[in-house]
Design a protein around this ligand. Structure first.
Ligand SMILES: [Zn+2]
Ligand SMILES: [Zn+2]
Length: 306
């Protein structure tokens, strides 16, 4: 399985358009050792020919253009065989609305995420120009299923959705009842090589299911949004703690770095990194601590093969 990081930042990207924090200002003006990053998305393929995207970021057009294998092979074409959504947050699904040029799409999502995206959403009509323009495939936590290629090609990848602690998206918070299907991790298996990718870009807290899935992965991508619980509060940029935004911080005695010590059997990579996170600075003490514990920080363009 070939894996390409298309985007590695949390919602807002790095730098974020309206943020003047020291990280954003530093990267904007080249004053810190850090790379700019677009909002989180992965491209995955078993054969290098047909690709599946994990999440559809608002920057999807530029992300497709940044990676030749995702570009059309004929006058109207896409090698993107399907798009999988981990939750309904806009940084993870707004990109669907950017793929509106009458291209048939296959989208894998839980029923809760599908409903949250299409119900009462007048903009969704842009993806309903002809019957069946979007084919929704329902992800049911705990039920592994094949990821079918286009044109009836046989599936070499399978996916299992794993319910993980999270929240409904901010814009639906007042309208929907929270559901265990609001936020999932994705476990993708290459049926030929047995390689497993565990993708957990939003995790509010540790559970047995989180630990078990992480332990089993040949490649683990994990929620790296915040280093500390009060990161936004201390910077005067927000009033909510990381956990209140459904993100388990990396650092500290209760953080994921400590809790997942020794968990996983392959590369372990933090992704969905918020622009305020000190690990974005390649020479920060927090980055050193993370690296010493055997973890990496995803950057746009990172590729691996499992
Ligand atoms: Zn997000
Ligand atoms: Zn910032």
């Amino acid at each position: 399985m070939r894996i390409r990081v298309l985007g590695s930042a949390a919602g807002g990207g790095f730098p974020q358009w309206n943020c003047g924090c020291s990280n954003c200002e530093g990267v904007r003006h080249g004053r810190i050792r850090a790379r700019a990053r677009t909002q989180e998305s992965l491209a995955v393929s078993a054969d290098g020919d047909e690709w599946f995207l994990l999440n559809a970021s608002p920057e999807i057009r530029a992300q497709i253009e940044s990676f030749t294998p995702l570009q059309p092979r004929s006058p109207r074409d896409t090698p993107i065989a399907g798009i999988l959504l981990t939750n309904g947050d806009l940084d993870h699904c707004l990109g669907l609305l950017c793929l509106r040029e009458s291209q048939p799409l296959t989208v894998y999502a839980t029923d809760a995420v599908r409903r949250g995206f299409i119900e009462d959403n007048s903009l969704y009509a842009t993806l309903e120009r002809f019957p069946g323009q979007v084919s929704w495939q329902r992800l049911m936590p705990g039920h592994p299923q094949p990821l079918h290629g286009s044109g009836g090609r046989s599936a070499r990848l399978s996916v299992e959705a794993i319910a993980v602690p999270g929240q409904p998206p901010l814009h639906l918070r007042e309208r929907v009842r929270p559901s265990p299907e609001d936020n999932i991790a994705l476990k993708l298996t290459d049926e030929r090589t047995g390689g497993t990718l565990c993708y957990m870009s939003g995790v509010a807290a540790s559970t047995e299911a989180v630990r078990a899935a992480a332990a089993d992965a040949s490649a683990l991508f994990f929620d790296g949004t915040f280093w500390s619980s009060d990161e936004l509060i201390r910077l005067g940029l927000g009033s909510r703690r990381a956990e209140e935004m459904a993100h388990w911080p990396i650092g500290g005695p209760a953080g994921s770095l400590h809790a997942l010590e020794g968990v996983g059997r392959g590369r372990r990579i933090y992704i969905h990194v918020n622009n305020t996170n000190p690990v974005l600075r390649e020479d920060s003490p927090e980055r050193r601590e993370l690296t010493a514990a055997g973890w990496e920080v995803a950057h746009d363009g990172l590729e691996l093969e499992i």
